[in-house]
Write a protein that binds this ligand. Sequence first.
Ligand SMILES: Nc1nc2c(ncn2[C@@H]2O[C@H](COP(=O)(O)OP(=O)(O)O)[C@@H](O)[C@H]2O)c(=O)[nH]1
Ligand SMILES: [Mg+2]
Length: 199
Amino acid sequence: MKVVGATFLKSAMSAAHYPPPTLPEVAFLGRSNVGKSSLINTLLGVRGLARTSNTPGRTQLINFFEVNHELRFVDLPGYGYARVPQAVREQWRPMIEHYLHHRSALALCILIVDARLAPQPLDRVMYDWLTAKQRRFCVVATKADKLARSRLMSQLKLLRAAYGDQVVAYSSLTRVGVEPLWATIWAAAAEWKAQHNHP
Ligand SMILES: Nc1nc2c(ncn2[C@@H]2O[C@H](COP(=O)(O)OP(=O)(O)O)[C@@H](O)[C@H]2O)c(=O)[nH]1
Ligand SMILES: [Mg+2]
């Protein structure tokens, strides 16, 4: 798909501030600093739309972006950053859980993991949770450019053993994985539209 227009829509903390659930949404999840903002920016081909930074844990709101007036990207706050104050961490869980559990517009979740690391406990928690909630989701292993090919292959094997065969290798630097990820997004959005009698 060609992205012709991607705009920031709004930030929200609670359901009252979500946009109306009129378009299929793709939600992005991952530990702080995993490369979530970079992934969103490279998918959309817009630099700096989702803010990339070296100060993880700062974005503690749900950010909505609209793509081609056809679907929305939802940037969920990153988890697992130790330096986030306890009070903020306690807000995180109900905020994310409410969105993931109740949002009718949610067509696909993208769980982003670090290609270099063994399955991380918090990622497994998210994986189990998405599985239990029967949400449609895929797992993306980003920063793939940081690994030599043979090492990437062995890491993918490890990650696929934990998360299933659908783990996609991704890099915001080389853009490897952009095409297959868009194909997955597009399929999920089309299915959502068919189920919701959307034109
Ligand atoms: N080499 C490489 N660096 C990346 C990649 N994705 C993100 N980064 C870097 O990792 C850091 C965190 O990225 P960011 O997108 O802000 O992570 P977020 O906290 O999950 O949103 C930044 O310094 C990025 O430049 C990638 O695919 N390859
Ligand atoms: Mg970010």
